[in-house]
Design a protein around this ligand. Structure first.
Ligand SMILES: Nc1nc2c(ncn2[C@@H]2O[C@H](COP(=O)(O)OP(=O)(O)O)[C@@H](O)[C@H]2O)c(=O)[nH]1
Ligand SMILES: [Mg+2]
Length: 329
């Protein structure tokens, strides 16, 4: 289980600058935040890594990986240099940091308990490189044709006018085809995102660090500023770190697949940790880079099939706790 996606690198584009970290584990999580909010301290408390901590800015100059284990999943955590306003336009290491973020499965937005408004900077910079956090990709379908002009079909109520939708299509070079909108209240920004082809919809989790410096009352009041969706921690004093690990695990939305050799017993000890929505070829990829070549068919027991032991092909979508037997050539 060493190869496959583990062979992929977290690209940063161009020369090797210390940002090219091999992807490893079942998922990868990046720490994004301004300098000195405690990212390196957090990496050290979540994982086996030892990233340098300092009380001055820009200590971490490269991507530092660590590995954390949670409920049987191995999760890679990457510590990155802090980003500042203007990062997406190239300030500091901004561009490279943000390009690493594009390859992540989850972004931890690390905030200092006294600097909560910085979440806006983080979201803005991520937004500028096409990363939308905690939004799913809108349900929109574009079918291009060679002739016949443009038509727009709406299957739900939308606020945008049909003529604006057509105009946006034309701006993106689509003059013939059909746009099918299934997303209620689709906005023009969302449609532009879809058509630009560069937009990534990634999960994020807000982490508020250094809560050892404030009292319980202060943390309670945070809810009114940031909303309820955050995890308060102290990376330095190890407060709430186990809870954060669980929150990361839940955000990653894993499912567990149990492999069963043909004619043998399923291995319930060591499940394969997969992403929800995965298909059998993803499992093959995870087992070994070349495994897929020898795939013939598979048998599945569990929620994803109509009956136990059903024979399926490699495009079959798996469900949590499925048992799987792969038959090779
Ligand atoms: N009081 C307190 N200080 C912290 C905490 N986490 C980090 N620090 C301090 O904040 C400074 C910056 O930490 P560092 O991890 O290097 O931040 P980074 O630049 O985001 O990687 C260091 O002096 C840390 O000791 C925390 O939970 N509480
Ligand atoms: Mg650092």
């Amino acid at each position: 289980m060493e190869e496959n996606r583990h062979g992929r690198t977290v690209a940063s584009g161009g020369e090797n600058t210390g940002f090219d970290v091999r992807k490893a584990g079942d998922a990868s999580v990046v720490l994004i935040g301004l300098p000195s909010v405690g990212k390196s301290t957090l990496l050290n408390s979540l994982t086996n890594a030892n990233s340098e901590v300092a009380s001055y800015h820009f200590t971490t100059l490269t991507a530092i990986p660590g590995m954390m284990e949670c409920f049987g999943a191995k999760i890679q955590v990457l510590d990155l240099p802090g980003i500042v306003e203007g990062a997406a336009k190239g300030r500091g290491f901004g561009k490279r940091v943000l390009s690493v973020a594009r390859n992540a499965d989850l972004i931890l937005l690390v905030l200092d308990v006294f600097q909560l408004k910085h979440v806006k900077i983080l979201e803005k910079e991520l937004g500028e490189v096409g990363i939308r956090t905690n939004q799913r990709s809108p349900e929109v379908l574009v079918e291009k044709t060679h002739a016949g002009g443009l038509s727009v079909q709406t299957q739900v109520p939308i606020k945008m006018s049909i003529s604006l939708a057509k105009e946006i299509l034309r701006i993106h070079g689509i003059h013939n085809g059909r746009l099918i909108i299934r997303e209620p209240n689709l906005t023009d920004e969302q449609l532009i995102d879809v058509l630009s082809g560069n937009t990534l919809y990634l999960q994020s989790l807000k982490v508020i660090n250094k809560i050892d410096l404030v009292d319980k009352r202060f943390i309670k009041d945070l809810v009114s500023t940031v909303g309820g969706d955050f995890v308060p921690i102290s990376a330095d004093k190890n407060m709430n770190i186990e809870f954060l690990k669980g929150a990361i695990y839940r955000k990653l939305d894993f499912i567990r697949i149990f492999l069963k050799p043909r004619g043998g017993e399923a291995d319930y000890e060591e499940p394969l940790i997969m992403k929800r929505g995965c298909i059998i070829s993803d499992v093959c990829d995870k087992i070994h880079r070349n495994f897929i070549k020898d795939f013939r068919y598979a048998y599945v027991w569990g929620k994803s099939v109509k009956f136990d032991g059903q024979k399926v092909g490699m495009d079959h979508k798996l469900a949590d706790n499925d048992v799987l037997t792969i038959v090779k050539r």
